[in-house]
Design a protein around this ligand. Structure first.
Ligand SMILES: *[C@@H]1O[C@H](CO)[C@@H](O)[C@H](O)[C@H]1NC(C)=O
Ligand SMILES: *[C@@H]1O[C@H](CO)[C@@H](O)[C@H](O)[C@H]1NC(C)=O
Ligand SMILES: *[C@@H]1O[C@H](CO)[C@@H](O)[C@H](O)[C@H]1NC(C)=O
Ligand SMILES: *[C@@H]1O[C@H](CO)[C@@H](O)[C@H](O)[C@H]1NC(C)=O
Ligand SMILES: *[C@@H]1O[C@H](CO)[C@@H](O)[C@H](O)[C@H]1NC(C)=O
Ligand SMILES: *[C@@H]1O[C@H](CO)[C@@H](O)[C@H](O)[C@H]1NC(C)=O
Ligand SMILES: *[C@@H]1O[C@H](CO)[C@@H](O)[C@H](O)[C@H]1NC(C)=O
Length: 489
């Protein structure tokens, strides 16, 4: 009798214990790495390969497809690290097992220190394939397991649905629940981010002669948070994910890897129906993939930096626009070098524009931090309030900081000058012969500072005068005064 009671008490504790760990631990990379360290500390003799394999299996990536591509002919060192405690094993399962629920929630991923979200499955698979390179696994394994299977499956199952979307965490200091910002494809952004990271880390590890490192050290190095001014790609950190991936990937090889993954998928699933036109679907899909994830820079969405909503109704721009106007924020003066700091600055700028200036929203279209990321202000679709009289004609892009006597980092400048601009043209938001201008050319202001203004004059497409011949007409100014907001920086 007593033992029955004990059993039920234990059962109740177990059941209650199950949600508790998931509410107690944040779903971020720091927490995941701490979990990896706990496993490493409990099994000091295990290699990185053992640990990554155990984590991957905990997360449910032990299906025949995965095993097919990881089967190392000579791998006799199969050993599973037992989890130090059930809580940890539950956390790992929850963090690694990827799925999208009916309610548009996505699971199996964590928020990284740089403000982006990665699915852990493809990261772990890439690391494992990299560590196994040269041991007899198929040469395409790394590409297939990180990205090609995700892309191939997505192109196969829903050929005309776009990739993505991104989404947002409920709370970026203590993330628990991630909600997608639109209808989920089979390749949401987190899976693609994880795939790129997995491919980058795996390629790096496969080139090392020794694998005597801890997995947590590899992850800590790649997902570190603060950027230094001198940091530039090809430094292997998550903030440079897209630059590094763009340099690494060869689309025609990725295309072969997609075919390799589809053919194994078809064989294993016994599915003999091969859709017609798959070749051109893959080509179109890859073109879209390159545009969205390689050409375009990553832009931290409003929900992720904690934006308040627009007051009233935003005005839709008539696209494509012809101008890019460069600003600096002046306040804050100091560049921000981490996601948490830049996001806080974005909230402060928005508060200033909305509450002190009584504008409807943050004025800028986009804002560039010194953390490797652009931040979404009013975005590509909506008219901003950045350049008096010109808000309907161009986008306003501000660099966070005071750039009268110093410049933003080379990397930040390049992201705006090349990637944001190409992305705007490729996406049909900007005409291909658009021109760059400094805020001061259009409005009586020292913005964007002497140094930054001197810098942009060397940019291809910089124009001293705008196309209307420089001076804007009186009528236009009057109209602008009524419809646009004024920025004085
Ligand atoms: C490790 O786990 C996998 C899957 O759970 C299993 O197939 C394998 O036999 C295990 N290996 C050892 C040595 O226990
Ligand atoms: C497998 O192991 C044997 C003996 O250790 C070695 O001679 C052989 O080259 C290995 N094969 C591969 C593919 O690594
Ligand atoms: C986010 O979580 C932290 C820690 O639990 C809490 O202090 C903070 O108030 C939360 N923020 C929001 C916006 O809920
Ligand atoms: C991509 O790989 C293919 C096949 O290996 C090669 O022919 C081609 O030159 C590569 N393309 C680039 C841009 O490196
Ligand atoms: C900006 O820099 C110039 C010199 O390049 C200097 O003359 C001017 O006073 C500076 N302006 C401010 C507001 O610091
Ligand atoms: C850009 O191209 C359009 C049409 O091709 C032309 O009308 C316009 O003047 C061009 N603008 C500049 C700045 O060259
Ligand atoms: C527009 O407003 C500014 C200041 O708010 C004023 O100096 C300027 O004269 C106005 N322009 C027109 C054309 O009304």
């Amino acid at each position: 009798m007593e033992s029955t009671v004990k059993f039920f008490v234990a059962l109740a504790v177990m059941c209650l214990g199950i949600p508790s760990v998931l509410t107690r631990l944040p779903m971020n990379m720091g927490q995941f790495i701490r979990a990896v360290q706990q496993i490493e500390d409990a099994h000091p003799r295990l290699t990185a390969l053992h640990v990554v394999r155990s984590l991957r299996r905990q997360g449910g990536y032990d299906d025949p497809f995965t095993e097919h591509f990881l089967k190392a002919s000579n791998d006799s060192s199969d050993y599973n690290a037992s989890m130090p405690n059930p809580e940890l094993s539950q956390f790992i399962r929850h963090a690694v097992h990827h799925k999208v629920t009916e309610k548009g929630r996505e699971k199996g991923m964590v928020l990284c220190g740089d403000g982006t979200t990665v699915a852990l499955g493809p990261v772990l698979l890439g690391i494992e394939a990299g560590l196994l390179a040269g041991t007899g696994i198929p040469s395409e394994s790394l590409g297939v397991l990180t990205l090609a299977q995700t892309l191939g499956y997505s192109f196969l199952k829903s050929p005309y649905q776009k990739l993505g979307p991104d989404g947002c965490w409920d709370n970026v200091t203590f993330p628990k629940v991630f909600t997608l910002s639109g209808r989920a494809s089979f390749a949401p952004d987190a899976l693609i981010n994880g795939g790129m990271d997995g491919m980058l880390l795996g390629t790096h590890l496969s080139s090392l002669s020794s694998h005597a490192m801890r997995l947590s050290t590899v992850l800590n190095g790649y997902y570190r948070q603060d950027l230094k001014d001198t940091d530039v790609p090809p430094l292997l950190i998550s903030a440079f994910r897209r630059d590094n991936f763009g340099n690494l990937v060869n689309i025609s090889i990725l295309q072969d890897q997609i075919w390799a993954s589809l053919s194994v998928f078809w064989t294993l699933s016994g599915e003999w129906h091969r859709p017609l036109g798959m070749d051109s679907i893959i080509q179109m899909g890859l073109k879209h993939f390159s545009q969205r994830y390689i050409e375009c820079p990553a832009i931290i969405p409003r929900c992720q930096w904690g934006a308040r909503s627009y007051r009233g109704s935003p005005v839709q721009l008539k696209l494509p626009l012809s101008f890019m106007y460069i600003h600096h924020t002046l306040t804050p003066r100091q560049p921000c070098r981490s996601f948490q700091k830049c996001a806080a600055e974005m909230r402060a700028i928005q508060r200033f524009h909305k509450d002190d200036r009584s504008w409807d929203d943050i004025g800028y279209s986009f804002v560039m931090g010194s953390d490797g990321y652009l931040y979404e202000g009013r975005g590509w679709q909506w008219r901003g309030a950045h350049t008096r009289g010109h808000n309907s004609r161009g986008y306003g892009v501000a660099f966070i900081g005071d750039y009268n006597s110093t410049l933003p980092s080379r990397h930040s400048l390049r992201l705006v000058r090349e990637r944001l601009a190409n992305c705007g043209v490729g996406g049909g938001h900007l005409v291909s012969n658009f021109t760059w201008h400094g805020h001061r050319q259009l409005v009586n202001t020292p913005c964007p500072g002497e140094a930054l203004y001197a810098e942009i004059q060397a940019w291809k497409g910089f124009r001293l005068r705008d196309i209307s011949g420089g001076a804007v007409s009186q009528a236009e100014l009057l109209k602008a005064n009524q419809s646009d907001t004024v920025i004085i920086n």
